[in-house]
Write a protein that binds this ligand. Structure first.
Ligand SMILES: Nc1nc2c(ncn2[C@@H]2O[C@H](COP(=O)(O)OP(=O)(O)OP(=O)(O)O)[C@@H](O)[C@H]2O)c(=O)[nH]1
Length: 259
């Protein structure tokens, strides 16, 4: 009966006039009071627990939201930093390209040439392979500038640079040595092969057509030599230059070979 008794029924029984003389009534009322206090405490605890559950849920939600926001911000910063790094890499490549190439013709400049010459000399020493060096100089180039203007002179230099490169192998290097001077590095190339290459280059230059009216003929003179084991770079270059001067003195549009 106690199990199924509701609180209202219990209170009604404790208040019923027919039980007021019951000697156990005061004890029962005390017990009922304690039970009610107990119940109230329990309900309060449950309410507090519910509140802290709600609070925890709200805080978790807020934290997740903040975390998401930070993550998105981080992704954005990473994307910007990646793009920035990529730009720097590209800029670096462009700077390298500019620092090592001639802006007019796009050929290797003197700095790149000297570095390649150094490498090729080392390779030639190690593998006992011949290395040919050729100095080229356009004939009477001043006249082209004087008669047709500097722009036409520039165009001629670009056309010649392209024509020379077309006659070379992938491993060869053509650099702009100075104004209208070019230098060729021909690795693993004996003198006879170098002479053959230079003759092809000279023919290609003669075939160029600078103007439609064909009033300009282009030609080039060349000094050819080979690197001698253990000599300094300058000695090889000066020998090629000496051969070039001879070619000019002998009437131009020709090559000279220096032993
Ligand atoms: N258009 C143009 N001309 C240049 C450039 N660099 C050098 N020159 C010109 O090249 C000419 C070289 O003249 P010179 O050294 O007298 O030689 P050259 O007229 O070719 O005569 P030879 O070499 O003796 O056959 C000069 O007029 C320079 O101004 C350039 O980048 N563009």
């Amino acid at each position: 009966m106690t199990n199924s008794l509701t609180d209202t029924e219990l209170d009604r029984l404790l208040q019923a006039p027919e039980h007021q003389d019951n000697p156990l009534l005061p004890a029962l009322k005390l017990l009922r009071k304690r039970e009610q206090a107990h119940q109230q405490r329990l309900e309060r605890l449950l309410r507090i627990s519910d509140c802290s559950d709600d609070l925890a849920r709200t805080q978790t939600h807020e934290l997740l939201h903040q975390y998401d926001k930070q993550l998105r911000r981080l992704e954005k910063i990473t994307r910007i930093s990646d793009r920035y790094q990529q730009n720097l890499l590209e800029l670096n490549e462009e700077l390298k390209e500019v620092a090592l190439h001639d802006p007019l013709t796009g050929l290797a400049n003197r700095r790149l040439l000297m570095s390649r010459l150094h490498e090729e000399i080392e390779r030639s020493r190690r593998h006992l392979q011949p290395l040919s060096v050729v100095m080229l100089d356009v004939d009477h180039f001043k006249r082209i500038n004087d008669v047709f203007g500097h722009d036409v002179g520039d165009k001629a230099l670009c056309m010649m640079a392209k024509a020379i490169e077309q006659q070379l192998r992938e491993v060869d290097l053509c650099a702009r040595w100075g104004g209208e001077e070019f230098m060729l590095l021909l690795p693993e190339t004996r003198s006879e092969q170098a002479i053959h290459t230079v003759e092809r280059v000279m023919q290609a230059i003669r075939s160029l057509q600078l103007r439609d009216d064909k009033t300009v003929s282009l030609s080039i003179s060349a000094g050819i030599t080979q690197y001698h084991a253990n000599e300094a770079m300058d000695v090889t270059i000066n020998r090629a230059d000496g051969a070039l001067i001879s070619a000019k003195q002998n009437g131009r549009d020709q090559w000279q070979w220096a032993k």
